[in-house]
Design a protein around this ligand. Structure first.
Ligand SMILES: NC(=O)c1ccc[n+]([C@@H]2O[C@H](COP(=O)([O-])OP(=O)(O)OC[C@H]3O[C@@H](n4cnc5c(N)ncnc54)[C@H](OP(=O)(O)O)[C@@H]3O)[C@@H](O)[C@H]2O)c1
Length: 211
């Protein structure tokens, strides 16, 4: 599969490594392609603009600054996302003094904003509740952690669940893209634990079941 990863930060790089490790062809999108030349050589991926990367991907991952993402989608060209599965890894974080907050939150979410920006695409929120170092082959003493996902399209969620499972995760589907409100809040639970405990060692959520 050809995968277009929009975003050049730790998240974009970790996703690119994950897809490449499972035999997929990857292009990473950025507004500044030269800065990724070393990374491209190291992992053997292509680099493009956000527009080129959206056009390249049969599956697309959004790994850009959360609140900038609807604008990045708009600038890349919405039609390039049409009909495709889009994994939304972003969180609409607001940075200031102290821990970040979310905007939007409560009655809307970044996931819903992104889906509204590309109504013909199948947006699935995933990977936003865990730090990038754990995305691929998470090895934790408590066993495989749980990837919580949300989206409106059942087939798209199956496709994203398959990616998560192939990378070593259990998957919990929590419903439509509107449930991104709660997944983005889960991200803050993850971040606030780090701030309060000053413990940024890799940590992830796991759903424990009685049966
Ligand atoms: N860090 C984590 O472990 C983690 C885990 C789960 C989810 N997330 C979410 O995943 C997304 C990516 O996170 P990240 O840590 O990799 O990096 P980031 O700094 O949040 O995002 C970097 C990417 O966003 C683009 N961007 C566009 N407008 C921007 C602006 N105004 N300021 C800064 N960057 C802008 C950058 O473009 P250029 O390529 O042109 O520089 C770059 O591709 C975020 O939404 C984050 O909340 C992060």
């Amino acid at each position: 599969m050809k995968v277009g990863v929009l975003g050049s930060g730790d998240v974009g790089k970790s996703l690119a490594r994950g897809f490449i490790s499972r035999g997929h062809e990857v292009m990473v999108g950025t507004s500044d392609p030269p800065k990724l030349a070393d990374f491209a050589r190291e992992v053997n991926c292509q680099i493009g603009s956000f527009a080129e990367t959206a056009a390249f991907g049969e599956m697309i991952a959004l790994a850009t600054r959360g609140r900038a993402t609807p604008h990045i989608i708009e600038d890349a060209g919405k039609q390039k996302f049409s009909g495709k599965v889009v994994i939304d890894v972003t969180n609409p974080l607001v940075f200031g003094e102290g821990p970040p907050t979310l905007d939007p939150s409560g009655t809307d979410s970044g996931g819903e904003q992104n889906q509204r920006a590309i109504p013909d695409a199948k947006v699935v929120k995933a990977f936003n509740t865990v730090g990038a170092p754990l995305f691929v082959d998470p090895k934790l003493p408590g066993g495989p952690p749980t990837m919580f996902i949300a989206g409106d399209d059942a087939d798209a969620k199956r496709a994203v669940a398959d990616v998560c499972k192939a990378w070593g995760w259990e998957v919990a589907d929590i419903g439509p893209i509107a449930s991104a409100r709660y997944l983005e809040a889960m991200c803050l639970a993850w971040v606030l634990y780090g701030f309060v405990s000053n413990d940024w060692s890799p940590h992830a959520f796991k759903m424990l079941k009685a049966t």
